[in-house]
Design a protein around this ligand. Structure first.
Ligand SMILES: [Zn+2]
Length: 302
């Protein structure tokens, strides 16, 4: 699932490509993904995109008074092309949930060569693998009309997210730190992968209770949020959508690396599995060597 850094990369990429472009056509292939009815999605056609921004893990296209907001969810991704297929898409086949087409006038094409000038025809497909469809598209007048945006907690990279704000959030919450970090209503944009990475960088157990962290640990965690996300955003921005998944995978130190040696201390990276996901951590860096029990190992490990 794309998280804050990848969504920042996608959003920056789309902003450079689509700002000033006219949305000429929208096809919703899977109606399960369209979460709103008013305004109708067809009202987007013919409008100019005035900017693209990221809000949490949402990407929002501003079409001057109407906003298209989408969330790629667990198996969702975005495909970009400058030679869109003219085909009419049929429901129920393939991975494509929605297709958007844009036309950008030659004069607006950044770095248009001196040769023959032509309008740029751009296509974007929102895709989703797997059978459980959770990709969500919202067409609204205001981004705050999207429930998942209206309830977002502070953005961890915003200026207002200072150490005191973060300490206040932790002190008010009795939950495990791993769950808190990926709760979008508490802090926006961090998911399963980057919460593993942040906790590893901060050397904190994923099961530590947020309320009980001492002042120094809170500061280290706060700094780790910035260093991990900051480095990943720097890595992601400027990349094309098809390069972002690999970029994410290559920077992970513990997430998705069960059984491999920790790049910091060499201890074998462990995993705790849940019904629908798993977390990874380094016992050497994060739990003083203790192996955390999960539903598979709890019979054997105390
Ligand atoms: Zn380690």
């Amino acid at each position: 699932m794309p998280e804050l850094p990848e969504v920042a990369g996608l959003s920056a990429f789309l902003d450079t490509r689509l700002r000033g472009a006219i949305l000429t056509k929208i096809q919703i292939v899977s109606f399960a993904v369209l979460k709103t009815a008013d305004p109708p999605y067809s009202a987007l056609e013919g409008r100019e995109i005035t900017g693209v921004q990221r809000m949490g893990k949402f990407i929002v296209l501003d079409a001057g008074g109407i906003q298209l907001a989408f969330h790629l969810a667990k198996a969702g991704w975005l495909r970009y092309t400058e030679s869109p297929s003219p085909a009419v898409l049929r429901p129920g086949k393939g991975y494509i949930a929605a297709r958007l087409e844009f036309m950008k006038a030659a004069a607006d094409v950044a770095g248009a060569p001196g040769g023959p000038r032509h309008d740029l025809h751009v296509g974007i497909d929102l895709t989703e693998a797997g059978t459980r469809k959770s990709l969500a598209v919202h067409v609204v007048r205001d981004p705050q009309d999207v429930p998942g945006i209206a309830t977002l907690g502070p953005d961890p990279l915003s200026a207002s997210f200072d150490l005191a704000t973060f300490a206040g959030i932790l002190a008010a919450s009795p939950q495990q730190i791993k769950g808190l970090l990926r709760n979008q209503g508490v802090i926006a944009g961090i998911g399963n992968a980057y919460s593993d990475e942040i906790l590893h960088a901060a050397r904190i157990s994923p099961f530590a209770l947020s309320k009980t962290l001492d002042e120094n640990t809170v500061r280290v965690l706060y700094e780790s949020i910035h260093s991990v996300l900051g480095a990943a955003v720097a890595e992601a921005v400027g990349k094309a959508p098809n390069e972002l998944k690999d970029a994410k995978r290559s920077t992970m130190r513990v997430h998705g690396r069960t059984g491999q040696p920790c790049p910091v201390c060499g201890t074998t990276i462990r995993e705790v599995s849940f019904a629908d996901r798993a977390l990874q951590y380094c016992p050497g860096c994060q739990t003083n060597g203790k192996i955390l029990a999960d539903r598979r190992t709890s019979r054997f490990v105390k």
